[in-house]
Design a protein around this ligand. Structure first.
Ligand SMILES: [Zn+2]
Length: 85
């Protein structure tokens, strides 16, 4: 199941999700592009995106779910070099 976090009101829920440390999420980078991260990405908590949930995020248990979702919805998906190899 894919969970969407997309407004400042969802920030706490996103932090709780990420705190569980399992799964993956897509972070919107532009109107066409999303970046795939793992829940344990070192970007978590040090980037400005997390105090200020200005960019939509889609989270799921598996990378496959997000791959499929991104493809279906026409997103260009790139992989985070810091948490995914
Ligand atoms: Zn990452």
């Amino acid at each position: 199941m894919i969970k969407l976090f997309w407004t400042q009101d969802d920030l706490d829920a996103f932090n709780i999700w990420a705190g569980e440390g399992t799964g993956f999420y897509l972070n919107q980078r532009s109107r066409e592009e999303v970046m795939l991260h793992s829940a344990t990405c070192p970007h978590y908590g040090i980037g400005d995106n997390f105090e200020n949930l200005s960019k939509s995020k889609w989270a799921a248990e598996t990378q496959d779910e997000l791959n499929e979702w991104a493809m279906k919805n026409g997103w260009n998906q790139i992989l985070c070099k810091d948490c995914l190899k």
